[in-house]
Structure formats: structure tokens, C-alpha cells
Design a protein around this ligand. Structure first.
Ligand code: NAP
Ligand code: COA
Length: 285
């Protein structure tokens, strides 16, 4: 059976915000062709923003850009780039600036993850995830800073995770990568505030209908996952996208350096013992 397309636009969308709050802005969203990055891009576009979505798979990016433009009436440019490669990143940012002339908002959503015990993780597996998440976030932030943000100000939003808060089992690589990203959020806030740049992080909990959940939830059913979360449900891509919109807007003008958790309280209550993780992840270990 063909896999269900999870990269679909929101239906019956009613905003909590004025629909022109992002008018005349341009956002560059890494990983914007799928999952959480896709819905973040859509939400920004629904509020007047023009966007660039950038990652490795150009065919999927183009298809996503087509869907996003059709649903929102705004423009979306698909750009191929591997976040690990500075030359690729510089070329992608250059393409975006040649097209729109500005980048006001950078959302670093590109990431890689898989379940793997540290004992069987290869040197290259650890390096790969650190390179995509942490080094990728630095590469794109630095490229957009050098070419635009330094002279015009703007907002950088790093999509993180709650994994590092309690040493999540079997995700040593992603946990370390996101901890480093949270640290960068603070340092770049301190160093780049003088240029009119805010740097914030967003740490989602378990978000339904994403590649992340597909790869990481193991045998845990949706209902069981929801029961373990204080608010009693999984997160939605829109939960993360609405917070991103808020953070990108001037309403959040006094927020910088912090990473805001959007997880319904999940990280505090989700089980994290070796036994529970082995049971839940038996099928992927
Ligand atoms: P996803 O759809 O797989 O998003 C990851 C994106 O990263 C893809 O669009 C992928 O596109 C891009 N990417 C991967 N490697 C790349 C590279 N080397 N260079 C450029 N782009 C690259 O997964 P998701 O679950 O929505 O995750 C999105 C973000 O939310 C991630 O930062 C993730 O850590 C975070 N998060 C997710 C959850 C969750 O429950 N899903 C929870 C906490 C945090 P290409 O394949 O085209 O490169
Ligand atoms: N378990 C253990 N090791 C794994 C693995 C798994 N499930 N998947 C990949 N690896 C290892 C590979 O074996 C390789 O190591 P090796 O050279 O020592 O054998 C290393 O990781 C790199 O894998 P490769 O497939 O070459 O990397 P890639 O750059 O093509 O892809 C990934 C990066 C592995 C992160 C891939 O899953 C990806 O593209 N992910 C993006 C989407 C995603 O993860 N979304 C969820 C975000 S939360």
C-alpha cells in the first residue's frame, strides 16, 4: 500500500492572529518541504509572508511549494541544499536573496534522527546527525547573518527538542545535537542582539503525523502516547507553527535567547527507563 501523504495543508484554518502580520516579510525555512517545517511555512504564508523552503530533495520541495502556494496564495521558492555543506548553503541563501532581495526570518527545522543504542551507534551515525542538526543550524544561521541579517536585523528560530532534558534513551546523537543548538540559541542571542537580531528556540514534544513520530514512537500507540501527556493529546504541527508565527512576529519582540517548550507537559511525564524504552522500541532496535 502507498504511504499516506502527511505533508498536506491545513483545512478550515482560522488564525488567532491578524492575517497580515507577516506582510512584506520573507522567511527561509530549512526542512520546509516536510513535516513540522512544512506547516510552519504554510502558517507564515497564511499571514502574508513569502517563503523559501530548502533541503536535499528538490522534487519533494517543488511539490510542497506548489501545494503551499495553492493553499495560501503566497509565493514559495524551492531551493536544493544540504545543510552540512557550507558551499551549498551559501548558494541556496544567495538564490533566495537574488529572488526576493531579503530574508527577515530564518527557521532552522532541518534535522535527522533514528533510534539506535549508543553501544551499536557507528562513528559515522553519530557524526551524521550532529552535522545535519548542529553544524547545519550554524551553517545556515551564519550564511543568512553574513549576507542579510547583520545589516537589517531579523529573527532566527531554531527547532529543537526536549530530548536532552532527561537523557532520552537511544537518541544520544539527536539529544546531544539539540542541546548544542539550545546553547547556540543563547550565545547568538547575546552576540547578535546588537544587530537587531532575536534568536529563539522552540522545542516540540511528540507531534502527530510527522516523520519524527513515525521513526521514533516504536510500538507506542497514539492513544497510549496521548495518555502519557498531561494535556491528554499528542501535539499537532499547527501547535508548533502557531508558536513559530508568534515568535517571528513583533509581538515577541522582547523574547530572545530562550527555547520555549511546546509539548503539553510531555517531557516531564514520559517514561524514560531502560526497560520501558526497550519494550516500546523493540520493533526498531
Ligand atoms: P521531517 O519531516 O523529516 O523534517 C526534517 C527535514 O529536514 C526534512 O524536510 C529533510 O528534507 C530535512 N533535512 C534532513 N537532512 C537534511 C540536510 N542534510 N540538509 C538539509 N535538509 C535536511 O521531520 P519532522 O518530524 O517534521 O521534524 C522537523 C523538526 O522538528 C526537526 O528539527 C525535529 O528534530 C523537530 N522535532 C520533531 C518532533 C516530532 O514529534 N516530529 C519532536 C521534536 C522535535 P530532505 O530530506 O529533503 O533533506
Ligand atoms: N540505525 C543505526 N544507524 C543508522 C541508522 C539507523 N536507523 N540510519 C542510518 N544510520 C547510520 C548509517 O549506517 C551510516 O553509518 P555508517 O556509515 O557507519 O554505516 C550513518 O548513519 C549515515 O547514514 P546515511 O544513510 O549515509 O546518512 P544520510 O545522510 O543519507 O541520511 C539520516 C541521514 C540517516 C539521518 C536519514 O535518516 C535522514 O535523511 N533523515 C532525515 C529525516 C528524519 O530523520 N526526520 C526525523 C527528524 S526528527
Amino acid at each position: 500500500m502507498a504511504e499516506e501523504d502527511i505533508n498536506v495543508c491545513l483545512t478550515n484554518y482560522k488564525s488567532f492572529f491578524r492575517n497580515d502580520i507577516m506582510r512584506d516579510k520573507v522567511a527561509f525555512v530549512t526542512g520546509g518541504g516536510s513535516g513540522i517545517g512544512f506547516t510552519i511555512t504554510e502558517t507564515l504564508m497564511r499571514h502574508g509572508c513569502k517563503t523559501v523552503i530548502a533541503s536535499r530533495k528538490l522534487d519533494r520541495l517543488r511539490e510542497s511549494a506548489r501545494k503551499l502556494e495553492a493553499a495560501t496564495g503566497q509565493e514559495c521558492l524551492a531551493v536544493k541544499m544540504d545543510a552540512r555543506n557550507p558551499q551549498d548553503v551559501l548558494a541556496a541563501v544567495d538564490q533566495a536573496l537574488s529572488h526576493y532581495g531579503r530574508i527577515d526570518i530564518l527557521v532552522n527545522s532541518a534535522a535527522g534522527n533514528f533510534i539506535c543504542p549508543a553501544s551499536s551507534m557507528s562513528f559515522n551515525a553519530f557524526k551524521t546527525v550532529i552535522e545535519i542538526d548542529t553544524i547545519g543550524t550554524f551553517n545556515v544561521s551564519k550564511a543568512v547573518f553574513d549576507t542579510y541579517l547583520k545589516d537589517h536585523g531579523g529573527v532566527i528560530i531554531n527547532i529543537s527538542a526536549t530530548l536532552p532534558y532527561k537523557g532520552s534513551l537511544f537518541q544520544l546523537h539527536a539529544s546531544a545535537a539539540k542541546a548544542a543548538i539550545d546553547s547556540m540559541t543563547k550565545t547568538l542571542c547575546n552576540e547578535w542582539g546588537q544587530y537587531g537580531i532575536r534568536v529563539v528556540g522552540i522545542a516540540p514534544g511528540p507531534i502527530a503525523d510527522t516523520e519524527g513520530m513515525r521513526k521514533l514512537a516504536g510500538s507506542l500507540s497514539r492513544a497510549a502516547a496521548a495518555r502519557a501527556i498531561p494535556v491528554g493529546r499528542l501535539g499537532t504541527k499547527r501547535d508548533v507553527a502557531d508558536l513559530t508565527l508568534y515568535m517571528a512576529s513583533d509581538v515577541a519582540g522582547f523574547i530572545s535567547g530562550d527555547t520555549i517548550v511546546v509539548d503539553g507537559g510531555s517531557w516531564m511525564t514520559s517514561p524514560n527507563s531502560l526497560e520501558s524504552a526497550k519494550m516500546q522500541l523493540k520493533s526498531v532496535l
